[in-house]
Design a protein around this ligand. Structure first.
Ligand SMILES: [Zn+2]
Length: 356
């Protein structure tokens, strides 16, 4: 008799607080989570002024024993530094206050120490704010793509603070969310052709999240705090979909491979979400989907849709398209195992107006 041996373990954020001025409630969140009294704040020089310092103040006033460390970039050495400081201060939990690199540094360090992590984003540029994944471009740690860590135990996203950051970041966040469309198509394809594990629940949530952007373009165009609110909610929802999926497959497919390839080729890449948005236009074309609509929405939101707007040379776009399939090859996508030929890549970029 065949035995039943399926197991599914989902790690989801427990408390998610989004909205105007919610940073002031950080002590209540920590209290509610019952994560202890000693913590380490990971922040940056700039983000310390914006929010990190305030978090330190609030938690110290509330009787927490808090240390703070500033990190400027993400690499193995910085992560070890954070872990060392957390261990010295006997930190029982960690908070990441800042942009993607800071959140990811805190996420990886806390994961490796086995202590809870609270995500306090100051920009809304990508879906790592609530996901169990972290990006680190460090050869020692294996992957230029993303690694599995743990989901933040809580997310505290203050729309007032995020709204004060340049709008470009929020527009990039929309690109990272629209990527869910092609990511889910790739995931289905991998399921059908390679028997990849597939979760219809995660796929549906991921697509629904992308719909939130498509359906709210008019609102998003206002570029006000309400736009930030919509994007942050969608980013959290996309991160939760990844937790349900148990991988990044619901939010990262061929369009992300294209972006990761660009990161490796170009000296000064554009923002992750911006590159993923442009990748989504092109991969939607390959799927015979409505790529024009994706392009229109990105344009309306104010995100780049061309190589020129990304500030990337035409030949780098073609090179990224022809080499993207080599990134994370175990994840099967529409790019297949052999990728696009030079001619096909060139045509794809031209018909979708990425190149003129
Ligand atoms: Zn992404």
């Amino acid at each position: 008799m065949e035995t039943f041996d399926k197991v599914k373990w989902m790690h989801l954020p427990r408390d998610v607080l989004i909205g105007h001025g919610v940073l002031e409630k950080i002590d209540m969140v920590c209290k509610h989570l019952e994560v202890g009294k000693r913590a380490l704040i990971v922040t940056g020089t700039h983000t310390r002024k914006i929010a990190g310092g305030r978090v330190l103040e609030i938690l110290s006033d509330a009787g927490y024993e808090i240390n703070l460390i500033e990190v400027s970039s993400i690499n193995g050495e910085k992560i070890e530094g954070v872990k060392k400081m957390a261990a010295e201060g006997k930190a029982e939990f960690m908070l990441g206050v800042g942009g993607g690199r800071i959140i990811d540094t805190g996420k990886i360090a806390s994961f490796e120490l086995g202590i809870p992590f609270i995500s306090v984003p100051t920009i809304a540029s990508h879906d790592g704010i609530a996901s169990p994944r972290a990006s680190i471009k460090d050869k020692d740690r294996g992957s230029p793509v993303s690694i599995e860590t743990h989901a933040p135990l809580a997310v505290v996203a203050d729309t007032e603070i995020i709204f004060s950051a340049p709008y470009r970041f929020t527009a990039a966040g929309c690109g990272d969310i629209l990527a869910n469309y092609t990511a889910v198509r790739d995931w289905q394809l991998a399921h059908h052709l390679r028997n990849a594990a597939f979760s219809s629940y995660a796929a549906a949530l991921s697509e629904m999240t992308a719909n939130m952007i498509m359906e709210n373009v008019k609102e998003l165009r206002k570029k006000d705090e309400n736009s930030v609110w919509t994007v942050v909610k969608a980013l959290v929802s996309s991160g939760v979909a990844m937790s349900i999926a148990g991988s990044s497959a619901s939010a990262s497919g061929s369009e992300h491979k294209f972006s990761h390839a660009l990161d490796m080729i170009v000296e000064k890449p554009a923002l992750h979400g911006e590159q993923c948005g442009v990748g989504t236009i092109m991969m939607s074309y390959l799927y015979g989907e409505n790529w024009q609509r994706i392009r229109e929405v990105l344009k309306e939101i104010g995100a780049p849709t061309t190589a020129k707007e990304l500030g990337i040379k035409d030949e780098c776009i073609i090179e990224a398209l022809t080499s993207a399939h080599k990134i994370n090859p175990q994840r099967y996508t529409i790019l297949g195992d052999s990728g696009l030929t030079y001619e096909a890549a060139e045509r794809l970029a031209i018909v979708t107006h990425v190149l003129d």
